[in-house]
Write a protein that binds this ligand. Sequence first.
Ligand SMILES: NC(=O)c1ccc[n+]([C@@H]2O[C@H](COP(=O)([O-])OP(=O)(O)OC[C@H]3O[C@@H](n4cnc5c(N)ncnc54)[C@H](O)[C@@H]3O)[C@@H](O)[C@H]2O)c1
Length: 321
Amino acid sequence: MIENKRILITGGAGFIGTSLAERLKGNNRLVLYDNFHRDALSGTGLADHPNIEVVRGDVLDRDQLFAAVKGVDMVVHMASIAGVDTVMKQPVKTMRVSLLGTVNALDACLEAGNIERFIDFSTSEIFGRYAYNVTEGDVAQLGAVGEARWTYAVSKLATEHLALNYYKEFGLPALSIRPFNIYGPSQVGEGAIHHFIVKALKGEPLTVHNDGSQIRSWCYISDIIDGICTTLEQEEAVGNAFNIGNPRATITIYNLARLIVRLAGSSSPVVSIPWDFPDVELRIPNIAKARKLLSFEPQVELEDGLELTLDWYARKLGLGA
Ligand SMILES: NC(=O)c1ccc[n+]([C@@H]2O[C@H](COP(=O)([O-])OP(=O)(O)OC[C@H]3O[C@@H](n4cnc5c(N)ncnc54)[C@H](O)[C@@H]3O)[C@@H](O)[C@H]2O)c1
């Protein structure tokens, strides 16, 4: 486990950021840099931990970000507009935060000097609508220009190119991670599992888009945190992009909704609503590269992860699971 490092996490108040902070806080000093567009931090107690400093700041504020990066050893850059619904409402902001925010973060690292690691957060959305057993070397798919949904993928793809070329051109030890549908406790934003669990616990209808036949692989939060921590330690990670996900935990959206209803002991119905926007029909990662270079192996089976997540939401919402 990485230790005695000063690590800045942009987007550190988000779902993955707070979970990473939870894992790293015992042996490292952390700066959580976030504009609190979302807030998974409140109520965790992390802000009061002696090894954690919280900076309320925007990655678009170049001066503030440069000041925050000064003196750190590593940067995990997660600040982003995430979630299909928010992206579709704010496509320009999505692109600005990804593109300009990542340039700012990379430049801040160059100026600070001696940065030992920069992790760029990309997305599995770069593989487009049909992504079966996709490897890192497969060609990224760009959706139709003008479709708001794809602004997220196209700008994340650009940040991958930026990060990997800051390594090639300037020697910054950077890498990219492509998360495939992460879920678990502390997910405060959007996401099918977040929606389904909250509805199931409240006894309200769970809605799926169209017939719910879309296929996803679900990766439990502690598994991606394992993967991130390994990339902070292992030199072989530098200069690479990694798919991080759990191909074993693959299910249609409709069956996922039904499974959550069953595990919650709920009587909520699963209802279909028409959804006339571009969607990803199929997405399953190939994780052979992460297995080989990072010894990454997802540990948490879907039902087990859902049980843990249900327990967390039940406690948070004060509802029975
Ligand atoms: N959760 C997933 O399944 C998933 C999948 C693919 C990619 N990702 C990527 O992983 C990273 C973390 O995702 P997450 O699920 O924790 O999302 P999240 O929305 O919970 O966290 C993102 C954080 O970034 C912060 N932020 C947004 N704009 C900012 C800005 N301009 N300046 C500073 N902070 C800003 C938000 O307040 C939030 O706390 C993101 O880059 C996301 O795109 C996540």
